[in-house]
Design a protein around this ligand. Structure first.
Ligand SMILES: Nc1nc2c(ncn2[C@@H]2O[C@H](COP(=O)(O)OP(=O)(O)OP(=O)(O)O)[C@@H](O)[C@H]2O)c(=O)[nH]1
Ligand SMILES: [Mg+2]
Length: 460
């Protein structure tokens, strides 16, 4: 720890989850140079561990010396620099009702003019400013708190442990090594001719591959965090609702042999390969004058637009005909996971036209024949196989800086190709390194920092 930034204000906030309103324990966190003194004013204790660092002791909260106690609390003191923020920190572990915890916070704030309510993310911001964590760790803490599923939490925690910084620093070190080689020659101009351009380009290519891999993986980050939506589209009576039920392992949608059974959109959430999925059953598409069905069909077309991916289903008994061709034209190619020929049990597969089989999976949904193949196709087409290898979560800010660095490196290629002045190489590389430094927070303006931390919750 080099130095602790001493901010004037001492800040306080409820650090535990308060939205539910009830819990066994609620924690008020206080940080700053008046943290200990301000809490001493409202806590009565006889404990021999009182106010010692990294000790938990028991106390009672009192509005002022004349009043009766309002809560019995456990108190944890963490003296600077050995705390989350790097400042003196006190945690008051109160009973977990929203009324009582708010009351204790109010008493703390009103009896100490130098303590104020923390802004969103202000504890983390102080931890960052005091060098306790880098910016990617701070962002990962926020990501962890907001994680919507276990995989997303796992990735966020790896960021909390510094995995993003590790990867960025590794790339940065590669570039610093290249820069050293170049700067040595800029200083001793006569050695220009010695510079091994081929070796340089080879090394930079490797760095670019590392960055490209991170960017490519990051595209799939959003799947892990937000999940994937897959719409089941097709004409009536082809087996869309039957497929929904098969994947959900439950009778979620009504299945009958009457065309036009499904009128409204039915959505089911499930996980495949640890990725949250929303499977969307839609009304079968056909010409109809029936009002309710028409609305349903309109919604089906809406789902083609809204969903990340689509499975197009047709009946092998009927064959893939002109109507299917017309509907499938509405589906963007990159969204189509597969065409699924259903009711395989009703036909002799040998008679199927080989053109019809292109990009098609044959299934009998009723007999549960072909589900594994379908799931493997979903995993492959949605790029979920690669998701298994992802171990960090990169946000938009990280990606923008990585792309900027990549473009600096592409520019160095151009400089060499066009035999531009040698020192331009060093300028571009420096820029590239600076863009990487922005990710971990070494090159950030105060305004940008405020913007990042304001997205955090209060108490973090
Ligand atoms: N033989 C056979 N029948 C099937 C198969 N899959 C579904 N069916 C039957 O086909 C009929 C229609 O199935 P649904 O799942 O309701 O079809 P849908 O595409 O949802 O139909 P709409 O809601 O009307 O658009 C039902 O009688 C199902 O039992 C299959 O693999 N083989
Ligand atoms: Mg249906």
């Amino acid at each position: 720890m080099d130095s602790i930034v001493t901010t004037e204000d001492t800040i306080a906030a409820i650090a535990s989850a308060i939205s539910i309103g009830k819990g066994g324990v609620a924690i008020i966190r206080v940080s700053g140079k008046d943290a200990i003194n301000s809490c001493k004013k409202i806590v009565q204790t006889k404990s021999k561990y009182a106010w010692k660092s990294h000790r938990v002791f028991r106390g009672f909260i009192q509005e002022n010396k004349q009043n009766k106690f309002i809560d019995e609390v456990l108190i944890l003191v963490m003296k600077s620099p050995n705390s989350f923020t790097g400042e003196d920190v006190v945690e008051l572990h109160c009973h977990g009702g929203i009324i009582i915890v708010n009351k204790v916070l109010k008493i703390l704030l009103s009896s100490n003019s130098r303590v104020r309510l923390a802004n969103p993310g202000e504890f983390s911001q102080r931890a960052f400013l005091n060098g306790k964590i880098d910016l990617t760790q701070a962002e990962s803490i926020n990501q962890l708190i907001n994680a919507s599923n276990t995989r997303s939490a796992e990735l966020a925690f790896s960021g909390v442990q510094g995995e993003i910084k590790k990867k960025i620093d590794d790339i940065k070190n590669d570039l610093i090594n290249q820069l050293c080689e170049i700067e040595a020659r800029v200083d001793f101009e006569e050695e220009f001719t010695d510079f091994d351009y081929t070796k340089y380009l080879k090394n930079i290519k490797k760095v670019k591959e590392k960055i490209e891999l991170l960017i490519e993986n990051a595209k799939r980050n959003s799947y892990i965090h937000n999940g994937i939506s897959i719409a089941l589209i097709g004409k009536t009576n082809v087996g869309k609702s039957s497929l929904l039920n098969l994947l959900a392992k439950k009778e979620k949608a009504i299945v009958t042999n009457i065309p036009g059974t499904t009128r409204d959109v039915i959505e089911v959430n499930l996980t495949i390969n640890d990725i949250p999925m929303k499977i969307i059953d839609t009304a079968g598409i056909r010409e109809t004058h029936e009002q309710i069905e028409s609305i349903g069909i309109k919604k089906s077309f809406g789902k083609i637009k809204e969903s990340d991916f689509i499975i197009y289903i047709y009946s092998l008994e009927e064959g893939f005909n002109e109507e299917d061709k017309k509907i499938i034209q509405e589906i963007p190619k990159e969204k189509l996971i597969t065409i699924l020929g259903n009711k395989k049990d009703l036909i002799d597969c040998k008679n199927i036209n080989s053109n019809e089989l292109k990009n098609t999976i044959l299934m009998s949904i009723r007999n549960n024949d072909g589900e594994r193949l379908l799931i493997d196709t979903i995993i492959k087409k949605c790029g979920l196989k690669q998701v298994e290898n992802i171990n960090i979560f990169l946000n938009e800010r990280h990606l923008a800086n990585l792309s900027a660095c990549l473009s600096n490196l592409n520019d160095t290629d151009e400089i060499i190709k066009n035999k531009l002045p040698f020192d331009l190489l060093s300028i571009e590389l420096r820029d590239g390194i600076q863009n990487l430094s922005k990710i971990t927070g070494q090159e950030l303006t105060e305004e940008l920092l405020d913007n990042i931390f304001s997205k955090f919750c209060i108490g973090k």
